[in-house]
Design a protein around this ligand. Structure first.
Ligand SMILES: Cc1ncc(COP(=O)(O)O)c(C=O)c1O
Length: 407
């Protein structure tokens, strides 16, 4: 997802300059100045808890998740915990398209036909307060702890065989920008530590400023052992992903050699793009622009404008943080009853929005993996207040038009 906007000349110039000097070398034998410099800059960007850590560069989100799964396993083997091989995850989640990433994902539609091909470990529930299965009357403090207790129980049942737990701190596509309840992530981190399990934050969607912090985990002051990034890392200018490992993980790999490799790891031209994107987003203070709690920012404007959509007959919930927002569409608001999945209501709204010149991301399955329609909205941080007003007006019309056409 693009945070910096299209056609920024510094990015293509940096890529061309790198290609002129050195287009590629294989990481099995070489490193490059761009890889060394960019890794240091990313570690700085990831914050205090990653000092002394390392970065492994890939070509995207799924590759980064695969890399992180293997890193967690090798870490456990090298610290003498060779029984630990399971990676637990959450039910309504998406971690990528490759088989390992699909195994830990919970997105029913995207996994269904491949399930017989993957090795599955336990999935625990995701706090989703609009449709919570627990009591949410205390501003969701209780329900966050109930969901954390699900992890505690699952790890106890894993009997010392769990290597890691992976989660999206703010749900991306599958649930549509669902923000965790207070205290949940802090307890999750404690539970993981107590069980000797690595906490892996999949920030492919939420990282690199999208939610108004460098990484979304920063909102809750929680330090994962492994951070996974892609999308915003290069803002789409080149295929790029990264796994940022904390010092604890790096020190654990005593052999010093991670048993993993992809030919196009740390591709210099992609890294030059990523480095230039990082400089650009820092120079333009785009993380600050994406902070919806930061005063008069475009993210605050997006939050207040989108909140007007709850007045519409078919909008059940408007949620999210920073520049990652979700709009859940329902056929009956008081009962939160979803549309018949056959209607594909989210896609109908998307088509009506497209006719007006507005692009949104439609997804189905937020209720139970099949039913439930929502839209994901994630503009670049260079969007203006006027563009937000225009976009929200178009979206309101598109939702009403699609609702009027439901048979
Ligand atoms: C949270 C999350 N993880 C992983 C991925 C997979 O990334 P990619 O499509 O770059 O392989 C995605 C893609 O949408 C994602 O949202």
């Amino acid at each position: 997802m693009n945070l910096i906007g299209h056609g920024v000349p510094e990015i293509s110039l940096a890529m061309a300059e790198q290609a002129k000097q050195l287009e590629f070398v294989h990481t099995s034998q070489f490193t490059t100045p761009v890889a060394e410099q960019y890794a240091q800059e990313l570690i700085e960007f990831a914050g205090e808890n990653f000092r002394g850590g390392s970065v492994y560069f890939t070509c995207g989100g799924s590759e980064s998740v695969e890399t992180a799964l293997k890193l967690a396993r090798q870490y456990q083997v090298e610290i003498g915990q060779s029984k630990r091989h399971q990676v637990l995850s959450r039910t309504q989640s998406y971690h990528g398209s490759t088989l390992g990433a699909l195994a830990v994902s919970g997105n029913k539609r995207r996994r269904e036909i491949y399930l017989s091909m993957v090795r599955e470990f336990a999935h625990v529930g995701v706090p989703y307060c609009y449709r919570c299965q627990y009591d949410c009357t205390d501003s969701c403090r209780n329900c966050g702890q109930q969901y954390a207790a699900e992890l505690e129980n699952a790890l106890a049942s894993a009997q010392g065989q769990a290597a890691g737990f992976i989660l999206e701190p703010v749900s991306g596509a599958t649930l549509g920008a669902v923000v965790p309840p207070p205290g949940y992530l802090q307890t999750i981190a404690e539970v993981c530590r107590h069980h000797g399990v690595l906490l892996m934050a999949d920030e492919v969607m939420t990282g690199m400023g999208r939610t108004g912090r460098n990484f979304a985990m920063d909102h809750w002051g929680v330090a994962p052992d492994i951070l996974i990034a892609a999308k915003g890392l290069s803002s789409g200018y080149a295929p790029l992903g990264a796994v940022i490992a904390s010092k604890k993980v790096v020190d654990g790999i005593r052999s010093g050699a991670f048993l993993h490799g992809l030919t196009y790891n740390a591709h210099p031209v992609s890294l030059a793009a990523g480095r230039a994107v990082l400089q650009h987003l820092q120079g333009r203070r785009l993380v600050q622009a994406a902070d919806s709690g930061g005063g008069q920012t475009v993210a605050a404007k997006l939050e207040s404008s989108l909140s007007s959509l709850v007045q519409l007959k078919t909008v059940g919930d408007v949620r999210g943080i920073g520049l990652l927002r979700g709009v859940e569409l329902v056929s009956d608001k008081p009962s939160k009853h979803p549309f018949d999945p056959q209607l594909n209501f989210a896609s109908r709204v998307t088509a009506a929005a497209l006719e007006r010149g507005l692009l949104v991301y439609p997804i189905q399955g937020c209720v139970d993996g099949v039913a439930g329609d929502h839209l994901l909205i994630a503009p670049p941080a260079v969007i203006t207040a006027e563009q937000i007003d225009w976009a929200v007006a178009q979206l309101a019309e598109a939702i009403d038009e699609a609702a009027a056409r439901v048979p």
